[in-house]
Write a protein that binds this ligand. Structure first.
Ligand code: AMP
Ligand code: GLY
Length: 424
């Protein structure tokens, strides 16, 4: 069959790598893709928001299945556009993608269906929000309602920071209209875990757990980023935690979406905080995580195309997911200065080291071919170097070894990805 993947980051490279391993796939395209994805798919120069061109391409090429990677096109109705064109697509429609696209929606959903999450209030006016933060307990968390590249969350430790935060989100519109409404939330402490799941509208099948590292600098210092590295599984996600989450969080979320007339088919990514009072939802995403996918999919045994189709067909209850009994660590190689100012267009070398080495992967996040045909950096996050190992410590050692193979000017990485493993 012919498959099209929409997106061009490290997540899509990991998805493309996995789809390319399916025995059922003869031809794989990716729009727009990147220089790494070009190793496993034919890249097509169409942007992720250009639904007209994407659906026209899928029709022309007789694409049998399209997988939408990123949140922005899903929230804007990419899956609906494919469906309307009579094309088979994996990913939630706009109605269901709101689970991620509006934090106010997801918080209200959790409240209505008694799904454990932090206490919160929603504000549409900066005056009311400013009045509220004057008396709220500190620290306090401010969240832009809409999509903000994973950066619309402010943790405010002082009242002045909270006032500043409200002003920058709602009045200076740091994230545009995403901040016209904000959620103000109780601050929670604990371990964070990411759990990705396949959903067919009724059934939810949970993948192995992972943990992200969102801050730019070692020791969780520095600015929030899209994610600087991940490991899988999380040793803190125990069987007991898993049982609780399945009963109180995963299935109730899927049931709640159906009850609201927003049947969800696709990936639900549960961002969880393991608090002293039990697991609580930090956030939902309506897509694969980046860079969680880079550690989860290399451990998955199933043919992923079968699972995608079961979600679309509503037959996921007949599928069991199967993961290797090993571990994976992903270290993101970034351009120094990310997430603020950084250079692009720097030649990358050493990628040939990965060729033919089973269990070592260089997933490209921001790369392209320059006009001389060289692979150069093309984003703040450049590569996600992933390695498998029989346990987390071996996987971490392997990933940091492989991170040395790759060279480009201003290469920056965190040195403490997976350090939490030592405390488990
Ligand atoms: P989100 O995009 O909602 O996952 O938030 C980004 C990050 O902010 C999370 O991964 C947490 O580290 C942090 N965060 C979000 N909400 C809270 C909260 N209520 N309490 C503590 N930390 C939070
Ligand atoms: N790694 C977090 C995210 O994909 O949103």
């Amino acid at each position: 069959m012919k498959v099209l993947i929409v997106g061009g980051g490290g997540r899509e490279h990991a998805i493309a790598w996995k789809v390319a391993r399916s025995k059922r796939v003869d031809k794989l395209y990716c729009a727009p893709g990147n220089a790494g994805i070009a190793q496993v798919a034919e890249c097509v120069n169409i942007g992720v928001m250009d639904f007209e061109k994407l659906t026209a391409f899928a029709k022309e090429q007789d694409i049998d299945l399209t997988i939408i990677g990123p949140d922005d096109p899903l929230a804007a109705g990419a899956a609906d556009a494919f469906q309307a064109a009579g094309l088979k697509v994996f990913g939630p429609g706009k109605d269901a993608a709101i689970l991620e696209a509006s934090k106010a929606f997801s918080k209200d959903l959790m409240k209505k269906y008694h799904i454990p999450t932090a206490a919160y209030e929603t504000f549409d006016s900066p005056e009311a929000a400013l009045a509220y933060v004057e008396t709220a307990a500190l620290p306090i968390v401010l969240k832009a309602d809409g999509l903000a590249l994973g950066k619309g969350v402010l943790i405010c430790r002082t009242r002045e920071e909270a006032r500043e935060g409200v002003r920058s989100l709602m009045m200076d519109r740091q994230f545009g209209t995403a901040g016209d409404r904000i959620v103000v939330e109780e601050f929670m402490t604990g371990r964070e875990v990411s759990v990705l799941s396949f959903v067919d509208g009724k059934t939810v099948r949970v993948m192995t757990s992972a943990q992200d590292h969102k801050r730019a600098r070692d020791g969780d210092e520095g600015l929030n980023t899209g994610g600087m590295g991940t490991f899988s599984p999380s040793p803190f996600y125990t069987e007991e935690v898993d049982a609780f989450c399945r009963e109180k969080i995963f299935q109730p979320t899927v049931d709640a979406m159906r009850a609201e007339g927003r049947t969800f088919k696709g990936i639900i990514f549960f961002g969880l905080m393991l608090t002293e009072k039990g697991p609580k939802v930090l956030e939902y995403n309506a897509r694969f995580g980046d860079p969680e996918t880079q550690v989860v999919l290399p451990r998955m045994k199933n043919d992923i195309v079968d699972v995608f189709e079961a979600c679309i067909d509503g037959t996921l209850d007949q599928v069991e997911l199967d993961f290797e009994d090993n571990a994976a660590v992903c270290v993101v190689l970034a351009s120094d200065g990310y997430p603020e100012h950084y250079e692009k267009g720097l030649p990358i070398s050493g990628l040939e080291e990965f060729e033919g080495r089973e269990g070592y992967y260089a997933f490209h996040a921001g790369s392209k071919f320059d006009d001389r045909g060289r692979i150069v950096t093309n984003g703040g996050r450049v590569l996600g170097v992933t390695a498998l190992g029989e346990d987390l410590k071996k996987a971490r050692a392997n990933a940091y070894e492989a991170a040395q193979w790759v060279r480009f000017d201003n290469k920056y990485m965190r040195r403490d990805i997976g350090k939490a493993i030592d405390e488990a």
